[in-house]
Ligand binder design. Structure first.
Ligand code: CA
Length: 238
């Protein structure tokens, strides 16, 4: 597993590298957003630890550009922020980060979060299963999601392969594993991040919003991922 650390504060970058290498991960560090993007393209890391405040391109911009990159392996992205208030910005902007941590953080907790994210990818690659509903097919083995019917373009995407981040994919796969089932946020967090999730469950809402933009003809009146008021979410496709 390869990890890219994009962090302009050397001490923090070296500390993260030290702890992750102790766990057997192979790590590379860089100090600015442009180099980070270049290394992402060259090395195709499995996970990126990405600081929010960086010289040049900031972390949000780097994150957005990585998520827009077609055809490349989609890495997990763990964002680092200096201030608690920025969490609202990260969640609100639906940047495409999979998880975030506020500085100062314990390196042990960071290692735990990284392991939790990467464990999800291992768990999923061990499965071989396909879920089908009238509009969608999700292949857990290939990790591909397909929208097979519908006349309208959605979020600029025509019928065909959906361009989803790893978490959006897992969310859709989870919903499609039990169409009609009502999921609360805690259940979705456990499915997506595992039981050792330490963060804020509201992060689920932002991934739901982004998934809706990609699969719903009208994201403000969803026809597939429905809100169940006071409880959570339900996927319907019939
Ligand atoms: Ca910084």
């Amino acid at each position: 597993m390869n990890i890219l650390i994009v962090e302009d504060e050397d001490e923090i970058a070296q500390l993260i590298k030290l702890y992750l290498e102790k766990e057997g991960f192979s790590c590379e560090t860089c100090r600015d957003g442009n180099t980070g993007l270049q290394l992402f393209r060259d090395r195709q890391p499995d996970l990126i630890v990405l600081d929010l405040m960086l010289p040049g391109l900031d972390g949000l911009e780097v994150c957005a550009r990585i998520r827009q990159q077609p055809g490349s392996k989609d890495p997990y992205i763990l964002m680092l922020t200096a201030k608690g208030e920025e969490i609202d910005r990260i969640i609100g902007l639906s940047t495409g980060a999979d998880d975030y941590m506020v500085k100062p953080f314990s390196p042990r907790e960071l290692v735990a979060r990284v392991r939790a994210l990467l464990r999800r990818s291992l768990r999923h690659s061990a499965q071989s299963q396909v879920y089908r509903t009238p509009h969608f097919t999700v292949d857990l083995d290939q990790r591909t999601a397909l929208r097979q019917t519908g006349e309208q373009e959605i979020g600029g995407q025509a019928v065909g392969l959906l361009d989803l981040t790893p978490l959006e994919f897992d969310l859709l796969a989870t919903f499609m594993s039990y169409p009609g089932r009502v999921w609360n946020r805690t259940q979705l967090v456990e499915r997506l991040w595992g039981e050792d999730f330490f963060g804020d469950e509201r992060v689920v809402d932002s991934h739901i919003a982004r998934l809706r933009k990609k699969i719903e003809p009208d994201p403000s009146h969803p026809s597939f991922v429905k809100t169940v008021i006071g409880v959570g979410y339900r996927f319907e496709d019939d």
